[in-house]
Design a protein around this ligand. Sequence first.
Ligand code: HEC
Length: 181
Amino acid sequence: MKSKTLNLTLALSALALTAWAVAAPEKTHLARSVSMRKMADSLHAVIAADQRTYVERLAPALAGGTAPGHAELLRKAGQSIQQNGAEFSYALRSLQPINRSNAPQTEAEQAGLAFVASHPGENYYTDEELGGRSYFTAVYAQRADLASCVDCHNANPRSPRRDLKLGDAMGGLVVRVPLEF
Ligand code: HEC
């Protein structure tokens, strides 16, 4: 009788252990480093969200010329980050830019802008060597996802494109991270 109780207790404990083992979550993977791609994707996510919010919230002031332009703001922020020693850089580019200094400046930028324009939903990633240093370079499409993007760009006298529609590729954001330190 006593051993029967013991057996039952043992069997129940074994069952409980099995149930616990099944229910216990898998040990989660500890991320100790971030891939270049993930880093560039994250930088892009933050920069693009800020830019979009700025354009969306300040549309009337931007159209009226009383707020600094979104491209100028992005450039200034990028420059100040560089001055503070950041090991990455970013820039707005386009194959048909309003501001000619926003035209592609490297072969990778040129190829990336052409790629994202013809592959909706995809980004472009490559390595490039500039001035003897290797970089990981990512290009993300800039699409006309707000009516104000289309209206303002089409109305700009310096714009080579006057036929932009919602959803069109307007250019790209280039994010560059050095691979050598
Ligand atoms: C109120 C006007 C205005 C609005 C709204 C606007 N832009 Fe621009 N955008 C400009 C001007 C002006 C430039 C060039 C100025 C410069 O480089 O300083 C520019 C530059 C750019 C560039 C770099 C290439 C180029 O044409 O010089 C991209 C890409 C771009 N804009 C995308 C967008 C997107 C996407 C939106 C909407 C989310 C948007 N813009 C909304 C006026 C506007």
